[in-house]
Design a protein around this ligand. Structure first.
Ligand code: HEC
Length: 210
C-alpha cells in the first residue's frame, strides 16, 4: 500500500512538473482566435459549472419572474447592453461576437440558451457576477441593481420565443436603458440622452469603416 501511494504520488508529481514546463514554455495559447484543446475546454467548463452550482444553490427567483412588466423592463436593457454579444431574433451574428472566445451563446436561440426553470438562478448569478476571462461582464459592478437583473433574467427566458417584430415591440414598450428594475422617480438627467451613455459624456457619432 505504501509503495502504491509513493508510486501514485510520483506520477502526480511528474505530471505537475510536465504541466508547469508546458505552460512555462508558452504552450497554452491565449489568442482569442484559436480554440483551446478539447481537454482544456472540458476542464474549464467543468470547473465553471462546479463553481456556479455551488454559488447559486440558495438563490430563490422572485415569484413574479414571468410577469409581463419584468419582461417589458428587461427588453430595453437587453437591447442596450447585451444584444451586441448575445444577438436578437433574426440577427445571425455581430462583429464583436465573431471575435470573442468563448463565443457568447446566441440567447435568441432555444438551443443555445439553457432555458429550464432551474436555470433562472444560474442566469441571474451570471448576469450579476459575470464570468472571469470570458468577456461576460459582472453587471452589478457597472451599477445594475438586483431587480433590473431579474428583469433581464425574465426577458431572456422568453427571448427565444419572440419573432423579430415582437422583440422590437418589447424594446419600444420598455423604458430603454435603465439600471433600476422597479418603478422609480425619474433620475435627474445631466444632458438629454444621446445614445447609450453611462457617464454623462456622449460618444461622438463618427462613421465606422474598416
Ligand atoms: C462583451 C460580450 C458580452 C456582453 C456585452 C454580454 N455578455 Fe453575456 N456572455 C458573454 C460570454 C462570452 C458568455 C459565455 C461565457 C462562458 O461560457 O464562459 C456569456 C454568457 C452569458 C450567459 C450564460 C448563458 C448560458 O446559458 O450559459 C447569460 C445568461 C448572459 N451571458 C447574459 C447576458 C446579459 C443579460 C447581458 C446584458 C446585460 C450580457 N450577457 C452581456 C459575453 C457577453
Amino acid at each position: 500500500m505504501k509503495q502504491f501511494l509513493l508510486g501514485a504520488a510520483s506520477v502526480i508529481g511528474l505530471g505537475a512538473i510536465a504541466g508547469f514546463g508546458y505552460i512555462q514554455n508558452g504552450g497554452l495559447d491565449f489568442a482569442a482566435d484559436t480554440a483551446h484543446s478539447d481537454g482544456v475546454t472540458k476542464l474549464i467548463a467543468w470547473a465553471r459549472e462546479q463553481s456556479i452550482t455551488r454559488q447559486t444553490k440558495d438563490i430563490v427567483p422572485p415569484g413574479d419572474l414571468t410577469s409581463g412588466e419584468r419582461i417589458r423592463r428587461g427588453a430595453g436593457n437587453y437591447e442596450a447592453m447585451c444584444v451586441g454579444c448575445h444577438l436578437s431574433p433574426g440577427v445571425e451574428n455581430s462583429e464583436i461576437r465573431k471575435g470573442l472566445y468563448p463565443v457568447p451563446p446566441n440567447l435568441a436561440l432555444a438551443d443555445d440558451a439553457t432555458n429550464a426553470s432551474e436555470g433562472d438562478g444560474r442566469r441571474f448569478w451570471i448576469i450579476k457576477h459575470g464570468i472571469k476571462g470570458s468577456g461576460m461582464p459582472a453587471w452589478a459592478k457597472g451599477g445594475m441593481d438586483d431587480e433590473a437583473i431579474w428583469d433581464l433574467t425574465a426577458f431572456i427566458k422568453v427571448l427565444p420565443k419572440l419573432s423579430a417584430n415582437e422583440y422590437q415591440a418589447n424594446v419600444a414598450a420598455s423604458e430603454g436603458h435603465s439600471h433600476a428594475g422597479m418603478p422609480h422617480e425619474p433620475a435627474p438627467r445631466q444632458q438629454p440622452e444621446k445614445g447609450h451613455n453611462h457617464e454623462g459624456h456622449s460618444h461622438s457619432r463618427h462613421k465606422h469603416s474598416h
